[in-house]
Design a protein around this ligand. Structure first.
Ligand SMILES: NC(=O)c1ccc[n+]([C@@H]2O[C@H](COP(=O)([O-])OP(=O)(O)OC[C@H]3O[C@@H](n4cnc5c(N)ncnc54)[C@H](O)[C@@H]3O)[C@@H](O)[C@H]2O)c1
Length: 258
């Protein structure tokens, strides 16, 4: 297992779902974790249950002042920061013609401006620590398009661009920046939209011979841990799909041997 002993890592959107899974995975590996979210009580509960050093801070990732305060808290309580996981995200599922400019602005604000502010605010702290690592949580929807998620998909493609530019700018300061593109996070994220979607039809269109369900939040959390650790020292400016081969290509049953 990749170790993170003594590393101090801030995780956004960590009150539930993938973010909480990441916080636990990093803590298990020896990291001190700053759990942040807009959901205060669940966020505090996640932080309190971690085996290692932790603290909770309210952080709306679209709010620059709250970013400054969270980084200051990390300095005050843990002496600095070595890593950042930009995990907080929101989803909107609707056809383009039923998606308002306000919907798109909200998605871009949390999913793109959030990580942008995070990188901008945390970079000086990582530099002071002599370097560090940043992981941006994108999605398979940031690698391939899908109907009903135009705004979300655009935001996750943007995260991959942000990742590359940040990696190029911060590499000279020994700061690595990578993106994780999971197929699966918290099913609760898409649940509110399922009343308008025929879920059985949606699932049936997933090819039976690859295994998106096998790539779960725990798998994405372990990839995040790897990318924060020195085991991934040679990796920066890249995307790491955690999709059990879902986007690997087209599987054709009936061909020789299959
Ligand atoms: N759910 C999926 O199937 C899936 C698939 C691929 C990628 N992802 C990505 O994984 C990440 C985590 O999502 P999840 O699946 O755990 O869903 P989730 O809804 O359980 O978690 C998202 C978290 O972000 C927080 N959040 C929302 N707006 C925020 C803001 N403005 N500031 C701070 N926190 C905010 C929420 O409170 C929540 O705790 C997201 O970036 C998401 O896009 C999810």
């Amino acid at each position: 297992m990749s170790r993170l002993d003594g590393r101090r890592v801030l995780v956004t959107g960590a009150a539930r779902g993938l973010g909480a899974e990441i916080a636990r995975c990093l803590s298990d590996a020896g990291a001190a974790v700053i759990v942040t979210d807009v959901l205060d009580d669940p966020g505090r509960a996640v932080a309190d249950a971690l085996p290692g050093p932790s603290l909770f801070r309210h952080l709306d990732v679209t709010n620059e002042d709250q970013w400054t305060a969270a980084v200051a808290a990390a300095g005050e309580h843990l002496g600095g920061l070595d890593g950042l996981v930009n995990n907080a995200g929101v989803l909107h599922m609707a056809p383009i013609e039923e998606t308002s400019v306000g919907d798109v602005a909200r998605i871009l604000s949390v999913n793109v401006i959030g990580p942008f502010l995070g990188i901008r605010t945390v970079a000086p702290a990582l530099r002071r620590a002599g370097g560090g690592a940043i992981v941006n949580i994108a999605s398979i929807d940031g690698v391939a398009g899908m109907n009903s998620v135009a705004a979300y998909s655009a935001s996750k493609f943007a995260v991959r661009g942000l990742t590359r530019s940040a990696a190029l700018e911060l590499g000279r300061d020994n700061i690595r920046v990578n993106a994780v593109c999971p197929a699966m996070g918290n099913p609760e994220m898409s649940q509110p939209f399922f009343d308008r979607i025929d879920v059985t039809r949606y699932m049936r269109h997933r090819p039976p011979d690859v295994m998106p369900a096998a790539a779960n939040a725990a798998d994405a959390a372990r990839m995040t841990r790897f990318l924060l650790s020195d085991d991934s020292i040679g990796c920066t400016g890249s995307d790491f799909l955690v999709d059990a081969g879902y986007l690997a290509g087209h599987f054709q049953p009936g061909l020789p041997g299959f």
